[in-house]
Each structure stands twice: as C-alpha cells, then as structure tokens.
Design a protein around this ligand. Sequence first.
Ligand SMILES: [Zn+2]
Ligand SMILES: [Zn+2]
Length: 321
Amino acid sequence: MEKENKYSVLLYYCYAKIDAPEQFREEHHRLCLDLNLRGRIIVAGEGLNGTVSGLVEDCEKYMAVVHADPRFVKTDFKVDYSDKMAFQKMHVRVKPEIVHSSLKHIKPYERTGIHLEPEEFKQMKDQEDVIILDVRSNYEHGVGKFKNAVTLDIDNFRDFPAKLKELEQYKDKKVLTYCTGGIKCEKASAFLLENGFENVYQLHGGIIKYGMEAGGEDFDGKCYVFDNRVVIDINNVNPTVISKCYVCGNINDRMVNCANSECNIHVPICEDCGWKLEGACSETCKGHTAKRPYDGTGYYAKELNGYNPVKGMKRKSTIEE
Ligand SMILES: [Zn+2]
Ligand SMILES: [Zn+2]
C-alpha cells in the first residue's frame, strides 16, 4: 500500500534489557492510548515486540518516542500503509519472552547471527554453499516462502529447537535464516551458533523489509501477518501463488478462519467454497451450533475485555472506527 493512505501499520522489535517491565508496560500503554494507536505490544525483560496501527502522523510520533529512548535507538520499524486501522484494540502485555521460543536463556543482544540487509540477502541466497532456512510455522510457510527454502514441520516457533537434528546436515553450509519481521531469527540464529553451526546469517527486518527494499524477488506466495490483513503481497518482481483451497484444492491464497468458532482453523478457502460452506471449512463445521454468520471476509473479531489502564475495565469499547 502507498503512503497516500491515512493509516500506518508498524512492525518492530528490539532486544534490549528492560529492568522494570511492569512499570514500563504501564507507561507505554498510556503513550499508545494518547496516540490513539491500536495493536499488540509485548514487553519483557529482554526487550520489546510490537505491531500497531494508527494515523500516519501518530505512528510517526510513536516511532520518534521509541527511538528517543537510549535502549531502543536501534529499533528497526517496518512501516506499511493501509486505508484503515489494522487492529480493534490496544494491548500491551508483559511476558517472559518477546517471542515464545523456549529459548529463554539466549540473549540476542549478546550474540546472534550476522544480519544481512535485504540486498545482501538477495545476493547471497543462491550461492552454492548456502541454504535458506524458514524458521516460521506451517500455517505461515504454507502460504508463502522463499524459493528453495528449507521449511520445518512445526506449528509453533517454540518447537524450533526440537528440529535441530534435522538441521545437522547443513552444519558445513552458510545458513541464512528468515522469518516475518526478523525477530524469530534473532534467537533461532543464536541457537544454531550455540549448537556448533559456524556460518549463520539472518535476514534483517525479515520478509516484510525484503519486500519493501528488494522487491520481494523469489518469494513465492504471500506473507502471513498477525493483523486483520492476514496475508500481504511481498513479491512485485516474479510473484506466484503456492497455497491451495482447503476445500476444493484449487490454487488459492485467500486465508480465512473457519466460521465454526470451535474449529476456527486458519486455512486458505476460495471465494466459491467460502460462500458454499458459509465460511466453514467442512459440511460438519457448516452445521455446527457454534458457526458464526459469514460476511465474506472469513475474519472474526475476538471477544476482548477492553482493558484500559486509565479507565480500568469499565467500557467495552469507546474507540471504534
Ligand atoms: Zn475452493
Ligand atoms: Zn472447521
């Protein structure tokens, strides 16, 4: 999307020591509300991870405030544009890690793989002694990935360390890891180094930045993102579609959640099958008592409690679009 749009969508992270995460969370949540931002931010002792949307000018103010904090000067914001807010609510939460990885002991701000800028990654990725490693999960690489990338059969990033055996065969290669925005690679690449891999690199800024700065060349399919847009286009050089409709098997990349809230499976379903099954993934789900009404999007806003540190739990929501 172009900058003429009213809203920005920011994706960012920063590994840096935060001494009092709870207190930081409180202040940071107020800042976001003051700027009318919406999205999700995770605060941990090891850093900050967020994706927020808001008016272009508010997002610019937000980035300036974050960069002004000496701990976060190096934060690399991926900025996209949208014609509407990408989130319903603003959440700022404290968690043990900024990405759940079961690698809590690894501190990327002490040691991690060599960062490659998008253009450097593009130059290196087809060299003979290189393998490209996708550290994301099945539902992500199922809709899009780099040509020739090694993918892992995992449903969650916390299962990545268990795949070490599978990766041992690449120990003498240059390993180039990538993920959506770069954050998972900070720990994944550090984990590989810890386990005897010597040449480990990571795509700085992930697929998102690669799309913006290197045209997305050789990225097949679309990139799964964690907001209302669900998937976004990355490749404007040689784009392809790789995913198939879950129902009819035709090539299709329209991601939806099954309308049956108890199933809620997140899969590609084509327009036709979507209407035929009223947004469900199967006849069984179509007939289920928990099936939600289908509006053609396949997106269902989550039930949220509307917590606000200023107003407390009072309101359901006062800042709807
Ligand atoms: Zn279909
Ligand atoms: Zn279903």
